[in-house]
Ligand binder design. Structure first.
Ligand SMILES: [Zn+2]
Ligand SMILES: [Zn+2]
Length: 114
């Protein structure tokens, strides 16, 4: 499981709700976390699946990880996979694809980022 910046974020991302299996349908879930893109968003409860991307944690104020959305598409392209046409490999459905990157290219190991 991904470790988030603080306990509050952890509990908001992992809301355990027995009523709704879909986070967008659950009014108790405010934060959506996309593991594959490393993006955090405020869920817009309008019946759809939209959310507003946030860059800072609303609770502890820390800067959240940089979005990997562009790199996600770049990596798929590098492998010759078209995410709209082809089947997206399982490791690209969550954060696992980030582990397959060379160590120095991972978002959490940038040298000038203590
Ligand atoms: Zn619910
Ligand atoms: Zn936090």
């Amino acid at each position: 499981m991904t470790n988030h910046c603080c306990q509050a974020m952890n509990s908001h991302v992992n809301v355990l709700c027995g009523e709704h299996s879909d986070v967008y349908a659950c009014p108790d879930t405010l934060i959506g976390f996309s593991a594959k893109f490393q993006e955090y968003g405020l869920i817009v409860h309008d019946g759809g699946t939209s959310s507003i991307i946030i860059e800072f944690c609303p609770w502890c104020g820390r800067c959240l990880p940089e979005s990997q959305r562009e790199r996600w598409f770049d990596e798929l392209e590098r492998r010759g996979i078209d995410p709209w046409e082809d089947e997206v490999p399982a490791e690209f459905q969550d954060a696992r694809w980030l582990d397959s990157l060379p160590r120095n290219q991972r978002p959490d190991s940038t040298p000038d980022h203590p």
